[in-house]
Design a protein around this ligand. Sequence first.
Ligand code: FES
Length: 221
Amino acid sequence: MGSRKHMRIKVLKDGPYEVTGNVPLREMKIGANKAGESTHWLDGEAFETGETYHLCRCGKSKNKPFCDGSHMHGFDGTETADHVAYDEAAIVYRGDGMELMDDESLCAVARFCDAAGSTWRLINDAENEELAIRQACDCPSGRLTVVKDGKKIEPELPREIAVVEDEPEGKHGPLWVRGGIEIEAEDGTVYEARNRVTLCRCGSSGNKPFCDAMHMDGKEE
Ligand code: FES
């Protein structure tokens, strides 16, 4: 296993993500209830990887989630995300004994916040606290965070990358970077390290390198 500090994801110019430091890679699938609401995560296969590997960012690889060089046929991977910290960007909704932080620009449309009437409603009744916290913690992009007694509540996540498959919608989802792995922009600057963040792998995000749910509009490849 690589040491924590060497785990890194580097955004390559108009190309893939270069992952270094023996970062574990696995598939995770969105699980839904009978009503079609996202309610749980299902573990998928673990991929065999080495110290360094390259994950497709353009959406065209025939060997997903890995890069197969297809980006060389023309991919504009220009990063457009700002470097504003989550605490500054998020709106804060006040509820009953808890608050909900929300940075909508990060939304990957995994829909865990839609179940049971929506997280925004659940926070208005302290009796729903456990469910509200679970929904916010299941949000892969870290768009939503419940705050209780001034402390952000974060799930314990392993340091790994989860390749999200949105089976209920029949879409390839984003790359879910878990546990605060460093993400370095093509220009060498480093994005805010966060416990949960989702990276675009369809090539169409307007907030590169982060997912903005454009994969939901696209045709599956
Ligand atoms: S980034 Fe290389 S094939 Fe997609």
